[in-house]
Design a protein around this ligand. Sequence first.
Ligand code: SOE
Length: 387
Amino acid sequence: MRRLGVAMVGGSFMGRTHSHAWRTAPHVFDLPAAVDMVVLAGRDAGRADAAARQLGWRGSTDDWRSVLERDDVDLVDVCVPGDLHEEVAVAALAAGKHVLCEKPLASTLDAAERMADAARAAADRGVLSMVGFSYRRVPALALAQRLVADGRVGDVRQVVVSYAQDWLVDPDFPLTWRLQSDRAGSGALGDIGSHAIDMVQHLTGHRFTDVVAAAETFTRERPVMTSSEGLSATGGSERGPVTVDDTTAWLGRTDRGALVVAHATRVAPGRKNAFRLEVDGSTGSIAFDLERLDELQLHDATAPAEEAGVRTVHVTEPGHPYLEGWWPPGHSLGYGDTFTHQAKDLVEAVVAGEQPRPSFDDGLQVQRVMDAVAASAREGRWEHVAA
Ligand code: SOE
């Protein structure tokens, strides 16, 4: 059997989800290669070693460049803050390593352009890359995509999408990298609005062409961070400026004539991970909520009026996307499992020598929409999305 040596750069929250995926995918799915979790690279040797032991990596290093020189590493998984994606991903591709890079692709549009250029050049040499919009692999959303593509809702006319979390409601939550524009690029827009943009386009097959937006930062200063672990952090008494949006809302038009109403916020009290969307077509509609991630709401407007109504499909059956390898029918999956599906699809694509999706070009296109949304919020006018 073929072997795929994986190295991970970063070992925080996303590093944990990806490690879980690399460990689990071979136990759930019949993969065409054996996954070898070779090495985890982190900034601090002690923390990298502890993370590697806990997360199941064979070794650790505090020098991420050293993993690029190893013959036993075929793929580099980039789980570092957004401003470091470009340096690590481009170097890995140049070294002939396949790359999985966390979303959004980069913290600036220029960096995303350079990364997509590097990915295209690498693909010519058989070196593949993928950006981690993991929600494409939620079974209910994969099913929704299939139903829309099969014409089950007719022509898509409008999408309402909202991604709401509440972990920044507390004004004393410290200034982590996710609250600094030079590190993250943007706030709610890039962190979770990027998922909304990718999902709307993936589900409908449409592309945003024009957007008009408004953004707000409600808490403008936060405690300077003293330490962090995953999404949690502690801060001191000194405060510093928040340079990203707490909330961004936008309206969009698509290339196939649909309207999109969108909203991303990390300050919605009580909303933990509420990624909700509804797709209205000419003959039906589909609705989804990540807080009930094994359910899909369907409505068939062609059914007789006496029988019509929104019905709930429990996406827990072996015929549903990704479910074949898991538990007996009726048993649900969770957030972490979407990363396992992502790892499975990536291993299969790499072994087959096929471009995995979403590609860096897909990530670049999302970045262009984000850039237009941010520009519109700044300038107060409609913006065209660069093609
Ligand atoms: C934090 O807002 C976060 O972890 C995002 O960064 C992830 O992309 C999303 O999956 C869950 O929320």
